[in-house]
Design a protein around this ligand. Structure first.
Ligand SMILES: Nc1ncnc2c1ncn2[C@@H]1O[C@H](COP(=O)(O)OP(=O)(O)O)[C@@H](O)[C@H]1O
Ligand SMILES: [Mg+2]
Length: 225
């Protein structure tokens, strides 16, 4: 059997109110593949991603992810904390207590991987939305993340930067053997992934070939008023 990068078995999560957000979810993403997580607003996509990242604790079930795990949020302004591009990527390495030369090498390698090496000294505020998301991804690359979890990273981007970002992540996954799970509700992004999961009211209702899921969801969208 192929090696697994992300695995979830019979996962259940309820909010303190008692509202069940994730119901008996089981899924697996093969190592080195790029999968997407689809579902309408409120279906539990962000909750599932936060459970995978260990930011929330399930009531029952198992989560298995190969460490280290990188997380990219919908709004990069909630994630980027340092004044410049290079400083932000380096900040993510603080815990590893690496020698300064090693930090510099990791930052340059990661910024090169997202095509931002020439913007190392640029202030964060002077970046476009797509560039900010690439800085967040560089942070994960610098930490040598095995797993990349991205929660609607293109939600705030224009259509051109949206497709640039998804193509860039696809390239990184393939060239570095990273395993990625990308949350989206934009069906055109499905053209870039190896497979997709469909979440509905906290339950996993379908998964597999992206084009089949795309067809299924386009039909649903056509039928809705
Ligand atoms: N911090 C929270 N406290 C209580 N309920 C929440 C919280 N965050 C999300 N929810 C609820 O959990 C459900 C799933 O939300 P979410 O995972 O954000 O969905 P999605 O990302 O698919 O839009 C929704 O019903 C939402 O209202
Ligand atoms: Mg969400």
């Amino acid at each position: 059997m192929a090696e697994v990068g992300i695995q979830v078995k019979d996962l259940n999560f309820s909010w303190p109110s008692g509202e069940a957000a994730i119901k008996s979810c089981s899924l697996a993403v093969p190592k080195g593949e790029f999968w997407m997580l689809l579902g309408t607003n409120g279906s539990g996509k962000s909750t599932l991603l936060r459970l995978l990242a260990g930011l929330l604790q399930p009531q029952s079930g198992e989560v298995g992810v190969l460490p280290p795990v990188g997380f990219v949020f919908q709004n990069p302004d909630h994630q980027l904390v340092m004044p410049t591009v290079g400083a932000d990527v380096a900040f993510g390495l603080v815990e590893e207590k690496l020698p300064p030369a090693m930090v510099r090498a990791r930052v340059e390698e990661a910024l090169g991987a997202v095509n931002l090496l020439q913007l190392q000294l640029r202030p964060i505020y002077a970046l476009s939305g797509g560039q900010k998301q690439r800085v967040a991804i560089a942070g994960a690359i610098a930490r040598h993340c095995e797993i990349l979890l991205l929660d609607e990273p293109t939600a705030l981007l224009d259509p051109d930067s949206q497709l640039d970002l998804v193509a860039g992540v696809q390239r990184l996954v393939k060239s570095r053997g990273i395993t990625a799970l990308w949350v989206t509700h934009r069906l055109d992004e499905l053209n870039y992934c190896d497979g997709a999961f469909l979440l509905d009211k906290g339950s996993l209702v379908d998964w597999g070939e992206p084009q089949r899921l795309k067809q299924r969801l386009m039909k649903v969208n056509d039928e809705s008023p």
